[in-house]
Design a protein around this ligand. Structure first.
Ligand SMILES: [Zn+2]
Length: 267
């Protein structure tokens, strides 16, 4: 499931290949991905326009439309954004394709159709409508802001990290990595953490996510790009702690499977 680092990668695909190019054709192969929006309205808002100012917020990607409004993407379980030079090379499970005048097209793929492509008035409106918390890496989201975002959450720390209304961007996979690096038990209640643990959690959140982006690691693809000592490549049945080699433990926390090291995280 795409998380913040994956979506940052999709943003770079868009920024590198699609910005400022005139869209001359919009192909919607499966309109269910647009929700209530009709394919006709969607296409007419984009045809002849250009995308500008891409922005990621949590797991959402947005780009302004030069003549007004904003294009939004959510990647659900296994959505992705790819750029191909030729329309004939359209990737499998392409649901929406933007063809640019001259050359190339941007393909939104989504095998399981969980996710959404849509239109909004502007990015700020969209973020408010979706009730998203601050992006985990946004400027100004410092330790003080983090503390106030999570204050009052009397739940296990893993669920709090994954709650998009509290902090946007972290999912099942990266929450495990962050908790491992911080040495925190995923099932521990957030309000029971010592201030020093909370600070370590915040610092590791930033470090893990920026490292993943810098190395081009995702949540399912390219996890081997994470540095030595990362949990992710071992995050599977029979996996071992990269630090102490103990067998990792897997159990349900808030409905999701957490992997952690019993020795390093006391789980
Ligand atoms: Zn360990």
């Amino acid at each position: 499931m795409p998380e913040l680092p994956d979506v940052e990668g999709f943003k770079r695909v868009l920024a590198k290949n699609a910005l400022g190019k005139t869209i001359d054709q919009v192909v919607v192969s499966d309109a269910r991905i647009l929700g209530q929006l009709s394919a006709r309205t969607f296409a007419s808002r984009l045809r002849g326009a250009k995308l500008v100012a891409p922005r990621r917020h949590g797991k959402h990607l947005m780009a302004n439309i030069d003549r007004g409004g904003c294009l939004t993407f959510h990647f659900g379980m296994n959505g992705a954004l790819q750029f191909v030079q030729n329309r004939d090379q359209e990737p499998a499970f392409t649901r929406v394709r933007l063809d640019f005048a001259g050359d190339g097209c941007l393909a939104y793929t989504n095998k399981r159709m969980i996710g959404r492509v849509g239109l909004a008035e502007d990015a700020a409106d969209f973020i408010a409508d979706e009730k998203l918390g601050p992006d985990a890496l946004e400027r100004g989201f410092d330790f003080l802001a983090f503390t106030s975002a999570v204050a009052g959450a009397k739940r296990d720390v893993k669920s709090v990290l994954m709650d998009q209304k509290i902090i946007a961007g972290i999912g099942n996979i990266y929450s495990d990595e962050i908790l491992f690096q911080a040495g925190v038990n995923p099932a521990e209640r957030l309000d029971k953490l010592a201030p020093s643990q909370l600070e370590r959690l915040f610092l590791e959140m930033r470090k893990v996510l920026t490292t993943a982006i810098a190395r081009g690691a995702g949540s399912e693809q390219f996890i081997e790009r994470m540095p030595e000592g990362s949990l992710l490549p071992e995050r599977k049945k029979g996996g071992h702690c990269p630090r102490c080699r103990s067998s990792l433990k897997a159990f349900k926390v808030g409905g999701r499977t957490a992997y952690c090291c019993p020795r390093c995280q006391g789980c």
